[in-house]
Design a protein around this ligand. Structure first.
Ligand code: ATP
Length: 381
């Protein structure tokens, strides 16, 4: 287990009295790939800027290796930043762009050392042979690699990356995600990455920090965040989710739409109202008579690997991903295994997410969708 390198303690940031970061507590380990993930305006960049030293928190402390660094300017922190707009020097070639920071170092380092460090970086970012190319002749992805090399050649302990792939097309973005992960592992340093793209966050990170409204909603591994979201916001932001009201009858049993379902969660008060998240891929389609619930298919979208179908359960529309085609209008039964049902505490996000009504064009035409077999005893579970 790596040791803690950076800690934000009780950090609050306000601009003109408006709080944009509220009491941030965050610990970042040495050599960790940590991603700040959230919608526009949630405070990701401000958090990054506080770590980089470009902004001082209104309240709270920043520690680096156990030392308080609130008053340490950016250039004295062992941190470097790569921005979405990489702002390379267009009058310099690739080699000169990467060497620039090294040439500014005090005390000065030898030409030989500069050359060997630049060549080493070109190798790491897969740009060997590009050293004399004009940066304007490079593709977007290659320019971004130069920007990364330029930041890494100074050997910071931490690289801050603010939406660095935002300007690239989808294919290149995916390639660069793999490249960045590889570069981070090769350099064996800490990456703190900002994105609003949940797939990117899940694919690259050791730790994901989900933010909304200036507040950290959840910190965890990609698997934790996806499988055990803390609230309806996280469940909705990280992938597709059906989120329905439930009542926790007792440990391991939740009531949804008046029917009891087995689940793996516990620790709630008897009859506590809860939010229940069910991922579209965790729902099995079965014959009507065999289903835990019965609904009507109102919409189908072919997605290549699977169909996305919208199913109406008494006016509440679920998204289900399936390889079996059920035509619009079909009555289907569904089954959900206990590990496909995840229980969350009610929060101020309850009721805001997780209903797919707007996906279905036929919504108004379906009047008779209903739940069947509601009276089955719990013993049948
Ligand atoms: P995006 O993904 O759009 O970049 P973000 O999550 O990075 O968003 P921030 O840039 O951290 O969000 O901004 C958080 C909030 O703080 C926003 O409402 C923003 O307008 C506000 N803000 C940021 N910097 C300043 C500033 N210098 N002065 C006033 N308000 C600011």
């Amino acid at each position: 287990m790596s040791k803690e390198l950076i800690r934000l303690s009780n950090c609050t940031m306000a601009f003109d009295g408006e709080v944009v970061l509220n009491n941030i507590e965050l610990s970042i380990n040495d050599k960790e790939f940590l991603t700040l993930l959230g919608p526009s305006g949630c405070g990701k960049t401000t958090t990054l800027r506080i770590i980089g030293g470009f902004q001082k928190p209104t309240v709270g402390d920043v520690f680096f290796d156990g030392v308080r660094i609130n008053d340490v300017p950016p250039h004295k922190r062992s941190v470097n930043t790569v921005f979405q707009k990489y702002a390379l020097f267009t009058h310099l070639d690739v080699f000169e762009n990467i060497a620039f920071g090294l040439q500014m170092l005090k005390p000065a380092i030898s030409k030989e050392e500069i050359s060997s460090r630049v060549m080493e970086m070109l190798e790491i970012v897969s740009l060997k042979g590009f050293e004399r190319r004009e940066v304007s002749s490079l593709s977007g992805g290659q320019q971004q690699r130069v920007a990364i090399a330029r930041a890494l050649v100074l050997r910071p302990k931490v690289l801050l990356l603010d939406e660095p792939l935002g300007a690239l097309d989808l294919r290149l973005r995916k390639d660069m995600q793999n490249e960045l992960k590889r570069i981070q592992q090769t350099m064996d340093i800490t990456f703190i990455y900002v994105t609003h793209d949940q797939e990117e966050a899940l694919a690259m990170s050791d730790t994901v920090v989900v933010m909304d409204g200036g507040v950290i909603q959840q910190i965890g591994t990609p698997e934790d965040i996806y499988n055990e979201p803390k609230n309806a916001f996280v469940a909705d932001f990280i992938g597709e989710s059906n989120i329905v009201d439930g009542i926790m009858k007792r440990d391991g049993v939740v009531e949804i739409f008046g029917r009891s379902f087995k689940c793996l969660d516990g620790g709630f008060a008897p009859d506590e109202p809860v939010d229940v998240v069910i991922r579209p891929e965790d729902v099995d389609i079965v014959e009507v008579g065999e289903g835990m619930l019965t609904g009507t298919v109102t919409n189908i979208t072919f997605k290549g690997m699977q169909y996305d179908i919208i199913v109406d359960f008494r006016g509440f529309k679920w998204l289900i991903q399936t390889t079996d085609l059920s035509p619009v209008g079909a009555r289907i039964g569904i089954k959900i295994d206990p590990d496909g049902i995840h229980i969350m505490k009610k929060s101020h996000y309850s009721g805001m997410f997780g209903d797919y009504s707007s996906y279905s064009a036929e919504y108004d035409d379906i009047g008779d969708a209903s739940i069947e077999a509601e009276e089955e005893p719990e013993d049948d579970l």
